[in-house]
Write a protein that binds this ligand. Structure first.
Ligand code: ARG
Length: 486
């Protein structure tokens, strides 16, 4: 992974003889530096537990924990220096501890393997990243709820097969975007739940003969439970798959929203105006105001799906236990959080600079053709069987087409000549506003139904955001461990 040939100087892994190029190539240090704070917290919790059960003396435990927390602060400040030439961040930290503390550093790895250590750092990382992502997703949902509420009176066509289908309110469209995102939020919440188990104490693959207490570590790191089988635990990356999947779900929701935005800002649709603050120009065509932000949201979704697919493929066919293949999870796992949150933030910042062009929106449904279903349903309300109403309305549509006039221009007399149940009231639903107001079925587009949907979005978003807030930040975990006596 790194081009450097000076790797794995430590003797802890006993690999001094390995070909330098291969030591370099097999190192993950350049990727997993991002796990440094998670690893330090895991070690601090481990040290605390070792002291509790009598495997470390108080003085040594204090020295170790102090050094680990000092490195944590340096990492947070961006000043932490860990030696290069190591196989991974875990060895690099141990090497620095041993350099700083001498032989005390050599006690840290008691009753621990890098296999369970890596699993712990990854779980801490995924839980933290998924919670942060969830809270940003719920923020976007709240923004969309507000936008939906403001857009209830704007009418535009809904599409099926990308053909104009039926009139809806813009608030209804925006609510639909939010609903999909909320489901992605559910996926994040469930990824958090499944990640939330402490793997430490599994050792290399079968536990340890030393008298550890796994529950102490779990409680210090705020894991509600510990994993149940050591062999399973050290080869388990299902939680990273859940994370990559949930991230991909967020991106998929955003990319579909993005396509609506890209389409609707074209002059062909013209339902949305794009503000200069987010429009990109063309290097050649002076007239262009391009929706690049939303195109990139769609583009970055490919990487998110790729991360999921590489995690699935990485695990497929591995034997029980640990295999070094698993080290390559780092690229996909560590990329997912920044990738997804970047796209969420871009949409949040971008959407503020989009405004519905209410006249263009309603103009697209003003000729009446998208209200044909509403006419048929009005006939049904007068007692006409649906198939008969459908046929009669179809004949009226046909007549308008033949005469090359909009459906709204068909007169009552002409309609009555087709079916006697037509009257003023039936034809009134050709007005898109009347048609939208009439769609009062649960989940429909009538204004009162959209207000209910807005309330559902707000309620669900705040529920999910409370879930996210329950997850301890890395900073607060540090305080929690620091407060534990040793
Ligand atoms: N560098 C590996 C990783 O990050 C850890 C190695 C675990 N065990 C081993 N015996 N090589 O996944």
């Amino acid at each position: 992974m790194t081009e450097s040939a000076n790797i794995a100087r430590t003797d802890a892994t006993g690999r001094d003889e390995m070909v330098p190029e291969l030591l370099a190539w097999t190192s993950s240090l350049s990727d997993d530096r991002l796990l440094v704070r998670e690893d330090l917290l895991g070690s601090a919790a481990h040290v605390t537990m070792l002291k509790n059960v009598g495997l470390l003396e108080a003085g040594d435990a204090q020295k170790l924990r102090g050094a680990l927390f000092a490195m944590f602060d340096e990492a947070a400040a961006g000043t932490l220096v860990v030696p290069d030439g190591e196989e991974d961040i875990h060895m690099a930290i141990e090497a620095r501890l041993t350099r700083d503390l001498g032989h005390v550093g050599k006690r840290l790895h008691t009753a621990r393997s890098r296999n369970d250590q890596v699993a712990l750092a990854l779980r801490l990382h995924v839980r933290d990243q998924a919670a942060r992502t969830l809270s940003e997703v719920t923020g976007l949902c709240a923004d969309l709820a507000a936008r939906a509420e403001q857009s209830i009176d704007i009418i535009l066509p809904a599409y099926t097969h990308r053909q104009r289908a039926q009139p809806v309110s813009a608030g209804f469209l925006v609510s639909a975007w939010a609903m999909q995102l909320l489901r992605a939020g559910d996926a994040l919440a469930s990824a958090i739940d499944r990640t939330n188990q402490s793997p430490l104490g599994s050792g290399a693959c079968s536990g340890t003969s030393l008298p550890i207490d796994r529950n102490v570590v779990a409680s210090l790191l705020d894991f509600p439970t510990i994993t149940a089988n050591a062999l399973d635990t050290i080869g388990d990356r299902d939680f990273t798959i859940d994370w990559a999947y949930a991230g991909a779900r967020v991106l998929l929701a955003l990319s579909r929203l993005a396509t609506d935005v890209v389409d609707f800002t074209t002059s062909e649709f013209a339902f949305l105006r794009i503000g200069d603050a987010i429009a990109a120009g063309s290097s050649m065509m002076p007239q262009k105001k391009n929706p690049d932000v939303f195109e990139l949201v769609r583009g970055k979704t490919a990487r998110g799906v790729g991360n999921l697919s590489s995690m699935l493929t990485l695990v497929k066919g591995l034997p029980s236990g640990y295999a070094r293949d698993l080290q390559d999870d780092r690229v996909a796992v560590l990329d997912t959080g920044p990738l997804v949150r970047g796209a969420v933030r871009a949409v949040r910042a971008g959407i503020v600079h989009l405004s519905f062009n209410a006249e263009a929106c309603v103009a697209a449904v003003s000729d009446g053709s998208t209200q044909a279903t509403d006419v048929a349903e009005a006939l049904v309300r007068k007692g006409v069987p649906f198939r008969e109403a459908y046929k009669a309305t179809g004949q009226v549509v046909h007549l308008a087409r033949e005469r090359k006039i909009p459906l709204v221009k068909v007169t009552l007399d002409e309609a009555r000549a087709i079916h006697e149940a037509f009257d003023q009231g039936v034809l009134a639903v050709l007005d898109p506003r009347v048609a939208v107001a009439a769609k009062k079925s649960a989940g429909g587009t009538a204004p009162e139904r959209v207000r209910e949907q807005v309330a559902i979005i707000r309620q669900k978003a705040s529920e999910l955001s409370r879930n996210a807030e329950k997850i301890a930040t890395l900073e607060s975990l540090k305080k929690r461990i620091e407060a534990a006596a040793i």
